[in-house]
Structure formats: C-alpha cells, structure tokens
Design a protein around this ligand. Structure first.
Ligand code: MRU
Length: 353
C-alpha cells in the first residue's frame, strides 16, 4: 500500500462528545468546536463547520448516537420512534451529499436489528458510529491506491488538477480525490497539484491548498476560470474530483463548477476522474436529473467578508452543486477499484447500509 496517514481528522470522538475542526475558520485559525448533542451536530452540518460528503456522513452517525444517548425511555418501540425523528432532523441539514442519508439509514438499520435493552442499543450505536469513522479512513486510503493504478503512465511525474476540497477535511481523514493526490505524491508520481479556488465558498483556496501545504505537496492555486487556459497550455495531465452523490448510471453531483471542468477536460483530451467511496453512490436513482441540488444563501455570491460586491436590485442564483454526465468521466475510483461509469452497478451488492 502506498498510503500514508494524513494527520488531519475533522471529526473526533472524545469524552462523550465530538470535536469538529471549525472549517469556516481555516486556514487562518485551526480550532475545534465541541458538539454535545444532536442539535449541535445538525447546526454544524448546516453551517458547514463540517462539510464534504463522507465527513458529513461520519458526523451524522455521531449525531445519531448523541440523539440516541439522550432519549429517556426503556421502551424499545418508543426509542426507535424517537431515533427516526432524530434521523429526520439530521436529514434536513443538507440535501445533496447522499452520505448523510446513508449514515442515518445505517444507524437506524443497526438499531432496528439489534436485540436487547435500550441501553445496549445505545452502546451498539456508538460502536457503529466509530466503525463508520474508522472505515472511512481505510476506504479513502484504498481509493488513493486504486486511483494511482489508473492515472496516466506518462509523464512519470504528473500534474493533477482538483476542484473544491475532497481531502482529509472532507472525509474522516486522507480524502478521496486528494487521497489519490496523496497516494501519487507518496509513490513519487506527483509533480504538483493545481487547486481551483472554487467560488463561491473557496474550499479550494482555503482548505485544499492548506492541506497540501501541511504535507509539503507542491500546490498551485488558480481561479476557477483559469482551468481551460491551463489545459490548453498542456499544464494538466489529469483531473481528479470528489463526489457528493453518484447516480446508478454514473452521473455525478459534485461542487458547482465540476461540470464545466469536465467539459473543458474533454475538449483538451485530459482524463477526468471521480474518486468516491461506495457510500456516495445512490443506486436508488437512475440518473443525475434526480439528484437534489442544494441552493445556498446568495450572500455567498454577493459579499466577500463584509464588502458587498454588486449593486442592490440584482437577483441571484446560488446552486452549490452541479451534475457531470457519466460520459464525461473516464473512471469512477472506489475503494474496490476504478471502473467506467457504466460498470458501477457491479458494486451494488458490496454497499453496506
Ligand atoms: O459544500 P461542500 O464543501 O460540502 O462540498 C464538498 C464537495 O463538493 C466535495 O467535492 C465532495 O463532498 C467530495 S468530498 C470527499
């Protein structure tokens, strides 16, 4: 295995509470927020203290446990009813990343199939949240290694472009797209990573660039509208991005701007890869048109810091994600290997829910 562990863990279970890296404050401040109950967790997901599809899933799993822990009943039926309500609360935080719903469902299924008193169910739920957390790190390391196998063989040292942050901060640790970057770096196959700044919330500028600097990975920051120019100049050998939800046919929702990047990559014959765990695949929907796209507060577009950028009276549209059609994707890299999108279906039986 070529993976090394990254030292960044955005979700940490400690002393009956969760510590989350406050990602809104990076890179200027590296601080943690204490999450003591389910409502705290719902708020943290909604306000993007924790963000990135797999990290949201891990956070939601702990949120389910924190909610379960606080249910005051010895009746199993009442407990399960209350747990479902907690799942609904957490499920209303962000609509696109399917890992959120996957983790909630896995926790609910675990509670339903576990026999014994309510106190025992609570113990099993905590163990399940810890398992989801630990599994995600291993999964990302496997994605990194599988990705390494499909990257272009030439040149020996590659320059990869990524969008948004699909790194350790967006997962339990290590990252998906940035996991592939990490594995390539460790294997001596990476010259440099180009990071799109990723308007409007700037996850590339604030988070991806920070993660790379932490590990000494050479990183060049560009604005989103520079990607075509960089490809035209032959600076980029492959694009690797993460995913928030992948439909059964391989259509992939990821951070807004991913679709245009895929079109530009196709125009320049640069391979475009999506790296994601099986928990990001939604086999229940046939294609990307059914993926719900989150729309966020327009303030993210019209204001930088405290400065308004545009005139009063302008209207806004702020979709947080877009859908890249499967035909633009060279391969989807999962923990079980990289496949062309049309072969994704083979993994359905391997998905643990
Ligand atoms: O809005 P965000 O920051 O949660 O969006 C994150 C992304 O779009 C990531 O690329 C995606 O979740 C994959 S993370 C491994």
């Amino acid at each position: 295995m070529t993976s090394t562990t990254s030292q960044v863990y955005p979700v940490i279970w400690q002393d009956d509470r969760v510590l989350l890296i406050e990602q809104n404050r990076l890179p200027n401040e590296y601080t943690f927020v204490e999450i003591k109950c389910c409502d705290d967790m719902a708020h943290a997901i909604k306000t993007m203290i924790v963000r990135g599809a797999p990290a949201i899933g891990v956070a939601a799993a702990y949120g389910m446990y924190l909610g379960a822990r606080d249910i005051q009943t010895e009746s199993r039926d009442e407990f399960l009813n209350e747990l479902e309500k907690i799942g609904k609360t957490l499920g209303q935080t962000r609509p696109t990343a399917v890992n959120l719903f996957w983790a909630i469902q896995r926790m609910l299924n675990t509670a339903r199939k576990t026999l014994g008193p309510v106190e025992y169910l609570k113990t099993v739920l905590l163990e399940t949240a810890k398992t989801i957390n630990a599994e995600d790190i291993q999964t990302c390391q496997a994605i990194g290694d599988k990705g390494l196998e499909v990257l272009p063989k030439n040149p020996e040292k590659l320059t990869l472009l990524t969008h948004c942050n699909a790194g350790a901060l967006a997962t339990a640790g290590y990252g998906t797209a940035l996991g592939v970057v990490r594995s390539a770096w460790t294997a001596g196959r990476l010259a440099r990573v180009y990071a799109d700044e990723t308007r409007p919330r700037l996850q590339g500028a604030k988070l991806t660039a920070w993660e790379c600097v932490q590990e000494g990975i050479p990183v060049t920051l560009i604005t989103d509208n520079m990607a075509a120019h960089c490809m035209q100049r032959g600076l980029i050998h492959a694009v690797v991005v993460g995913a928030d939800r992948i439909a059964a046919n391989g259509d992939t929702a990821n951070k807004i701007g991913t679709y245009s990047l895929a079109l530009v990559a196709k125009a320049h014959k640069v391979p475009f890869f999506v790296a994601a765990p099986l928990s990001t695949i939604d086999f229940s929907i046939g294609d990307g048109s059914q993926i719900p796209i989150e729309e966020r507060d327009p303030v993210e577009i019209y204001q930088v810091g405290n400065t308004r950028l545009t005139a009063e009276g302008v209207e806004f549209y702020n979709p947080a994600f877009d859908v890249t059609p499967a035909e633009l994707i060279a391969a989807i890299i999962t923990e079980y290997g990289a496949v062309v999108p049309s072969e994704l279906q083979q993994f359905q039986t391997k998905q643990v829910v």
